[in-house]
Design a protein around this ligand. Structure first.
Ligand code: NCC
Length: 387
């Protein structure tokens, strides 16, 4: 409580000298304390607002304060650190550059068709066959259960899909694959509304932010999940040390949605695909698995006759905006930091059978399904012929 103005005047008249000084000192101290408390309350409110905004838009608070540019400038160093890491025990001896000839698009397509095995976990695989919950796994491979489809669309989550108006075109495909938490509601004009398959990484399944067990986002269509396994692809080793608790969440989800088809990718596929990227690049790539986007593209090539991939190779709308559904910018979302995204995109560009104009205007790549071509071997190269 302070001294109202009138009381202060009366006090001044009645209390003389040193006593008056003590009273006014006390009064000034109280006034300062009140101002301090007010400032502190304002500061706390501002910080609370800032943290709420950053959480909603997945922006690191430091970026919001210092600007994204500061972090983007620091990227090259972070990138080289990521490149040096080898969390999954990758043992790879690169061929010498002299022996490595640059493969053509058709040769690359043949390599991927022949050397990347699309497989999902089934209840008879060790160590899963010994677990009571193994019966929750689908009994057949995804490639046996689903498709074949004539035309398929792969919809990356890139920010450059924003204002693309590609929604109608995407929905004309027989099957559409989307990734992680990418929504359609509210974004139909740009990304369409059909979802046949949703490929999710184990981080999405485990992180509380995504509400994986309760959100309706995941309950439509076929779910396929993946978690980076060891380079050796030893399933027991992977089961003991997954990046995120994929198996615990899988069991919980299956109990809640027993009718929804839900597959888990065999981790061998990630590394076989990784080897194709590394073998075809002139430099060392990150020793981390490819992104969900490339895994999903190759999965669809095994289920469809023609695959159109949207905004994996950025169009003229290229932007630093990470996702079309969030207000968060970081060039690493498009070029990669953890995932060897830049190299993945290089590989896809080489396999593209569509025009450069399609890439420029629609961010659209055309890839043939694996069943539509045969590969014939001549000396040490592969050639592709239509079936
Ligand atoms: O961002 P993400 O990918 O969910 O995007 C799905 C796929 O779209 C392609 N993409 C995305 C953004 C962009 N600007 N350009 C693109 O080409 C990529 O092919 C990408 O795979 C993932 O691959 O699973 C990833 O997941 C996110 C994150 O885990 C989920 O979004 C859930 O929040 C990863 N981000 C982080 O861990 C912070 C991302 O590195 C890879």
């Amino acid at each position: 409580m302070g001294f109202p103005g009138m009381t202060r005047v009366l006090l001044r008249q009645q209390i003389p000298g040193a006593a008056m000084d003590r009273v006014s000192l006390l009064w000034r101290l109280r006034r300062r304390a009140r101002r301090g408390a007010l400032c502190m309350a304002l500061f706390c409110m501002t910080m609370a607002l800032l943290y709420t905004f950053c959480a909603e838009n997945s922006i690191p608070v430091t970026d919001a304060i210092f600007g994204v540019k500061a972090r983007t400038r620091a990227q090259p160093r972070a990138h080289s650190i990521v490149k040096a890491m080898n969390k999954y025990g990758v043992k790879y001896r690169p061929e010498s550059a002299a022996h490595r000839s640059k493969l053509s698009g058709p040769e690359l397509l043949c390599q991927i068709k022949e050397m990347v095995q699309i497989a999902t976990l089934t209840p008879d695989m060790e160590p899963f066959s010994g677990f009571p919950w193994a019966s929750q796994l689908p009994p057949h491979q995804i490639t046996t259960d689903i498709g074949p489809f004539k035309t398929c669309a792969v919809v990356s989550s890139a920010g450059s899909l924003k204002n693309s108006g590609l929604g109608k075109e995407i929905d004309t495909h027989d099957a559409v694959i989307r990734f992680n938490a990418a929504p359609t509601t509210g974004f139909e004009k740009d990304v369409g509304s059909k979802t046949t398959v949703r490929l999710i990484n184990s981080q999405v399944m485990a992180s509380e932010d995504h509400h994986f067990l309760s959100s309706s986002l995941y309950s439509a269509g076929i779910l396929v999940s993946w978690d980076p396994g060891p380079y050796s692809s030893d399933l027991q080793e992977w089961f003991n040390k997954t990046d995120y608790p994929i198996f615990k969440q899988y069991q919980r989800y299956r109990r809640l949605h027993p009718q929804q088809p839900f597959y888990i990718l065999h981790p061998r596929m990630e590394w076989q695909l990784w080897q194709r990227i590394q073998d075809n690049m002139g430099e060392t790539i990150q020793k981390n698995p490819p992104s969900s986007g490339l895994l999903g593209t190759v999965l669809m090539m095994s289920l469809c006759e023609v695959v159109h991939v949207y905004e994996f190779l950025p169009s003229r709308r290229k932007t630093e905006l990470c996702h079309y559904y969030q207000r968060f910018s970081d060039a690493a979302c498009t070029l990669g930091a953890y995932h060897p995204l830049l190299y993945e995109k290089n590989l896809v560009k080489r396999m593209n059978q569509g025009s450069d104009h399609d890439i420029y205007t629609h961010g659209k790549v055309t890839l043939p399904g694996f069943t539509t071509f045969n590969c014939t071997h001549s000396s040490n190269s592969n050639t592709l012929s239509k079936t």
